[in-house]
Design a protein around this ligand. Sequence first.
Ligand code: ZN
Length: 865
Amino acid sequence: MPGKNLSRDEAQQRAGLLSVDGYEIHLDVTSAPDATASTFVSTTTVRFRCAEPGAASFADLLAPRVREVTLNGRALDPAAAYDGARVALADLAAENVLVVVADCAYSRTGEGLHRFVDPVDGETYLYTHYEPAEARRVYANFEQPDLKAPYRFTVTAPAGWDVYSNGAEESSTVDGDARTWRFLETKPISTYLTAVVAGPYHVARDHWSRELPDGSTLEIPLAATCRKSLAPYFDAEEIFTVTKQGLDFFHEEFQYPYPFGKYDQCFVPEYNIGAMENPGCVTFKEDFVFRSKVTEAAYEARANVILHEMAHMWFGDLVTMKWWDDLWLKESFADFMGSFAQQEATKYQAAWVTFANQRKAWAYRQDQYPTTHPITADIRDVEDAKLNFDGITYAKGASVLKQLVAYAGRDAFFEGARRYFQQHAFGNTVLGDLLEVLAVTSGRGEQAMRDWAAAWLQTAGVNALTPELTCDAEGRITELAVLQDGTPDDSAAAPRDLRPHRIAVGLYSRESDGALRRTARVELDVTGARTVATGLAGQPRPALVLVNDDDLTYCKIRFDADSLATLRTSLGAIEEPLARALTWSACWNLTRDGLLPARDYLALVLRFAGQESDIGVLQSLHTQAKGALEVFVDPAYRAEGARLLAECALRELRAANPGSDHQLAWARFFAATAHGAEDFGLLEGLLAGTARIDGLEVDQDLRWSLWIALAAAGRATVAELDAELKRDNTASGGQKATQALAARPTAEAKAAAWSAVADSDQLPNAMVGAQTAGFAQAGQRELTAPYTARYFELLETIWAERSIEIAIRFVGGFFPRLQTDRATLEATDAWLAGHPAAAPALRRLVLECRDELARALRAQAADRG
Ligand SMILES: [Zn+2]
């Protein structure tokens, strides 16, 4: 489609020419409950100015049909003015009014206006999701972040529904079976931040208030919604508790009153991402409504997301990046603030442990791909933008802000944020605007801030830090140096720049009770390849040296040989949870880099995971151990490794405290690793109720985990899976049943899963995910091998014909990542070599999959020894 992939150059030009005074948008979604209706009527009236009267420009719109286009009272012929992606606007006046009436499509991909029918009660639900550039699927607009405008939404919907939008409800009137909702005009916001949520949603209400410095009171009505059929599971009180804690915290720190009136949080079905910060109308994935028992880690993750989105109300919504190059300006900040606020204002005190162990793992992985990029990126067009919601923009950026707080100080950081909001409220910014205020508030000056930004924001890649310990004959330290290394582990990649790091080094000694405790800590500025720490000479030789203790910087932690030997025997004895989490994370990076044989990593998990007290860390150990077994160990060791993991899982499951989170985590891991007839017999017994583990409730989510494991092992029939779906005929049940059917070890099951995605563009986003998750099973490499060639044949067609969300799921979900052999690597290289002109975003995804495969082959070689 020409013009669909809006470029930065076009956006810059248009922003130079146009300014928008306001939108009035009317959506008529009364057709939504009718399954045969594929479109709704969208009417946009936009008033805008043009700096050069007589000039031409365009509006964005992705709609199956345009009924009318009127510019300044002149009717234009839609067939001539609209090309499928853009409405051409010629001969603009200084002040213009454009009216576009279009039939826009209900979405099944989570992009635009998504429509979902609840299998439980047949009710229809709608919600919008736009970032980065999908508002044009719902109404005609100028789809770029720096053309902000106030919006007035009017929505006509079935009379029994509720409708939510960015503005508060102004009025609603009933006309027969329909009701028309009018919403108050919003503050100036960007297109990607507008939102409409409509349907017979269940709603809980509360409110928050605060006295402002000028003596007035700020009142914010709060609402939380979910589908009616999820209402029995909806713990709105807990959601409101975190919400109020966050509002208290951000008002205290930002000193800028919440600017968007009310605060709705809508939990919506088949959502593509965790959540979206639409001002006053945040949307969340409904997996955050917990139908079955989940661990504390899930509540912690939800609280983190609630606070992340709330931070965006200021950073992102009030002040917005000019273009997607500076996406990090909002995402890094919100990601950092999510954990910061969680630690400071809520009961979730493991926030920084989770950040160090899980969030940063995402950044380290992404930052070692050949496609990595500086935190401030070069985003040529909106397809590029879509791919940049990645581990660099979020987790590395947040790590770097954590480092900035260590470098500039907490007070300077928040004072900088306060000035930034005051100076740029309702405007758009670039990196320099933030650096300018930080240069002043930190007292470090403009040059120092520019140097800091150059080192951290404008370079790519991760450094490794290794301690070098020298001791005298009595075992006392004579020198401790920190070595900085920019060498990538793939010899084909370019070396990385060294950076200045503010770090802490911890020395840990074994105490008489067997625990490893920190006995000394020193902070230092690491610069260049080798930095000597002062103040440690004469200390006794420690059992463990931990660089980047307290997780101040962003680096790969390495160990000296003695420390690594200590970890092999005593990792679980490290008493402090953050230090232990950092150590686990470092061992995982060593494994990924082929510096620690994967079977040695598994040995650490087998020996110490049972002692891990932090539930989030334990769950990531489970994921990593399974991943190591699937792709990093020597294939000759797989059977032995699988047996050991399954034994360990069952042992720990039986040993765990009845009813505990740990018991549930081990139960899920046991299902994922079950191996051999006896294990599967136990899974069957748990499902049938003939076997019991004291305190373990086999609720619906756990039942599906057991069924998926049995299905993958060829021990579940279609009839059994159908019966389970009858028992749980819900949205989530439908997805799990689909995954289980696709997981069966037969050629027919694989063909059906493949065909459901590859041969039809009707499958909704969530079902695409379920099919690909079921398709790829480690024990079924021979069954899925024939699809490698078909995958590469189809890549370009899928990319061209599907929405970008579905295309991304196809590329990642069906890449043959489990076929860890030379032939698959060569097939990938052949596709890359043969398709130099494929869409850059598609090439980027394939290059990243290729890199994971090459890494797996290196790790297997290391594991063979
Ligand atoms: Zn965000």
